[in-house]
Ligand binder design. Sequence first.
Ligand code: G4P
Length: 215
Amino acid sequence: METAGFDIVSYYKEGEYIQMNFLEERIVKDGIVKSGNVLKVDSFLNHQMDIALMEEIGREFKRRFGHKTVTKVMTIEASGIGIAAFVAKEFGVPMVFAKKSKSINIDGDMYVAEVESFTHKNKNQVIVSKKFLHPEDHLLIIDDFLANGCALQGLISIAESAGSTIEGLGIVIEKGFQIGGRVIRNLGYHLESLAIVDAMDAKTGTITFRAQEGQ
Ligand code: G4P
């Protein structure tokens, strides 16, 4: 059955009727819940990539943001790049990715933001050349995971430095029990996450998704 761009898979679980979209279905099938609230999806999303799934993700972001004027898709290396490429193809626009740089000698031709990773416990400067972001640009920002939101905040800061308009932010997997999603939505941005994980249990492997409108 096709509904609103999703292949809906329904099943009964613990007496409850649950509907999943294509991504949630794949996460349940191939995602691995690790201790420390880490979801491993490296067999299809951020190490080995399922290209048919990437195409579907690209189409789904087009469906959700297609009514907006988008001149460029922006992401951050490394895992965002593959996904953002498929989104950019759907919109027929270029994709630009922020590079992580350890260098402190960054020249004035770059927009720079500092991004702290709670997961990796390190800090990176992320940079985008001033050649590739302009005040006329309308950006769709894409990334694979949203946890604490540091990467997205860095991208937002770079977009603001360039004077570009942020039309929206698209995330493949949001960890809804971490603060990033709430912070970004509270800033007033249009944030769409294809799957929002509200809880995970490493012992049982159970993943609980947040119900979303339009599914
Ligand atoms: P944040 O950007 O939302 O604040 O996330 P955080 O600092 O907590 O996470 C740092 C990195 O770990 C990010 O990738 C993020 O995508 C990833 N990450 C966070 N939670 C999970 C998870 O449960 N599973 C997986 N697989 N990744 C997670 P990154 O450092 O930018 O790495 P990469 O894009 O170079 O791979």
